[in-house]
Design a protein around this ligand. Structure first.
Ligand code: ZN
Ligand code: ZN
Length: 222
């Protein structure tokens, strides 16, 4: 695993923890600087390093981890959830329509790697597109089904976590259970229509890009 600071976005700081091969999945640790509240988005693997990074931020800067948030329930995005729940005393938040994906994640992981995995045990499901807060700062949920039935993006204002809905110059696969190419296309079009040009998009795998770049690329694709 590699961990690096992506920088500050207003009240938030963003840290990226990239999981080991074969997935190279981006876990995001978002800290609300004034309050110290931390959300851990998609803890996919390498639990010890994620936990160590969060504890280090808590010890050096103060504050506390409050929740795990899931963009979706594929095994490469939830593999460390149970260990992080237990080590940091947090719950896991996901969209209600993602429940079957989370429940089947261990089987899917076995199909890919030959091994099952532990899922989250403190799962709290939400409907629609709720607005959350982290340390009192607003975080919007944008429902983006297609890669999975209950996929969401988390909009922090200056940056958006897009999971496997949208990568830099790429879209998520739709051939896994519950996937829909038509839904994914609609979701990406709607997502990009809601965001300002200058916001940064951080995806589940690979590098970030801006909404302006994504919109230009999407006009050629759609
Ligand atoms: Zn996925
Ligand atoms: Zn993924």
């Amino acid at each position: 695993m590699t961990i690096h600071a992506a920088g500050d976005f207003g009240e938030f700081s963003l840290t990226i923890a990239v999981s080991s091969p074969p997935w190279y999945q981006n876990c995001y640790i978002v800290r609300h600087k004034p309050s110290g509240e931390i959300a851990i988005i998609d803890p996919g693997g390498d639990a010890e390093q994620i936990i160590a990074e969060v504890k280090s931020q808590q010890d050096t800067l103060g504050g506390k981890a409050v929740d795990i948030w899931l963009t979706h329930g594929h095994p490469d995005h939830i593999g460390a959830a149970r260990a992080v729940e237990q080590a940091l005393g947090v719950r896991t938040i996901a969209h209600a329509q993602e429940k079957p994906v989370i429940e089947r994640a261990s089987d899917l992981n076995r199909a890919f790697t030959g091994e099952g995995q532990d899922g989250p045990t403190q799962l709290h499901l939400f409907e629609d597109e709720p607005e959350f807060t982290l340390g009192g700062a607003l975080v919007k949920t944008i429902f983006t089904p297609g890669h999975t039935p209950g996929g969401v993006c988390f909009d922090f204002g200056g940056f958006v976590i897009t999971g496997d809905t949208l990568f830099r110059q790429g879209v998520g696969r739709t051939d896994l259970p519950g996937g829909s190419e038509a839904q994914l296309w609609d979701s990406i079009t709607r997502l990009l229509s809601k965001l300002p040009d200058e916001a940064r998009l951080y995806s589940g795998h690979g590098p970030d890009w801006s909404v302006a770049e994504a919109r230009r690329w999407w006009r050629m694709m759609a």
